[in-house]
Write a protein that binds this ligand. Structure first.
Ligand code: NAD
Length: 254
């Protein structure tokens, strides 16, 4: 039931970090991939490695998830290349840290655009195809910051965007269940990637505090999302929709 043979999976932000790791897990289970990323070079390198390691087809698209035209292009080119879309992982995301009173409207818009509007646009474009197919699995990457307000850093736009992703997930799950489309969210805690690297380095102060708030006492590594990604992509999760899965070393549990 975990097999992804004959599957086509789109992963946004698949060139780096958590997206790259989930891409690898899906390829290992046999899925062909479409890697969507702003960074063409990195995506090309990832694709090359994945083809070589797992023998699957990997198609790279330089695209911006918050452009309606790009979202449509991703759906159309994927269908042209592979004939169908089984899985969409909405993973691309950015973060900007500032106190609420100092957050510029432009920063607010930038974060909302990628983290929330991008998830809507990609889900809508790909969802229309999945509705035609009467089958599909959409996996949205939220964050523990969409569940709790994480301190001491201030990131109002990020928190709100990630909370929005959870509501978007539940709404789509309810609307699209009759079409055989499942929509779920993964809410990771601290995982060491380029996005969070700078926080790990800042004099150790932030990371020490975060780890003191994490029952498991350590950050996660990207590969620790692989199991849940394969589960949600595959038929193993055939009765699972509208759910939020925390992968955070227990951070949101206490
Ligand atoms: P990352 O910065 O390492 O990688 C993100 C990738 O997304 C990059 O390749 C980047 O080029 C791409 N990207 C950014 N904006 C894009 C856009 N508009 N269109 C297409 N591609 C775009 O980040 P990461 O740490 O791997 O995070 C991945 C996701 O997981 C994000 O949504 C993030 O908010 C979420 N997350 C991360 C952590 C963590 O600790 N790393 C924790 C919780 C949630």
């Amino acid at each position: 039931k975990m097999s992804l043979q004959q599957y086509t999976s789109i992963i946004t932000g698949g060139a780096a970090g958590l997206g790259r790791s989930m891409a690898s897990a899906l390829a290992e289970m046999g899925s062909n991939l479409v890697i969507v990323d702003l960074n063409r070079n990195k995506a090309d390198r990832a694709a090359e490695e994945l083809r070589e390691q797992f023998g699957v087809q990997v198609y790279v698209m330089e695209a911006n998830v918050c452009s309606p035209e790009d979202a449509l292009r991703v759906q159309e080119e994927t269908v042209r290349e592979f004939g169908r879309i089984d899985v969409l992982i909405n993973n691309a995301g950015i973060v900007k840290n500032a106190k609420a009173e100092d957050t510029s409207y432009q920063d607010w818009l930038d974060v909302m655009n990628v983290n929330l509007n991008g998830v809507f646009l990609m889900s809508q474009a790909v969802g229309r195809e999945m509705i035609r197919q009467r089958k599909g699995s959409i996996i949205n990457i939220s964050s523990m910051s969409g569940i709790i307000v994480n301190t001491p850093q201030c990131q109002i736009a990020y928190n709100v965007s990630k909370a929005g992703v959870i509501s978007l997930t539940k709404t789509l799950a309810a609307e699209w269940a009759p079409y055989g489309i499942r929509v779920n969210t993964i809410a990771p805690g601290y995982m060491k990637t380029e996005l969070t690297e700078k926080f790990f380095l800042e004099g150790g102060q932030l990371i020490d505090r975060w780890m003191s708030m994490t029952p498991m006492g350590r950050p996660g590594v990207p590969d620790e999302l692989q199991g849940i990604a394969v589960y949600l992509a595959s038929e193993a999760s055939s009765y699972t929709t509208g759910s939020v899965f925390s992968v955070d070393g227990g951070y949101t549990a206490w």
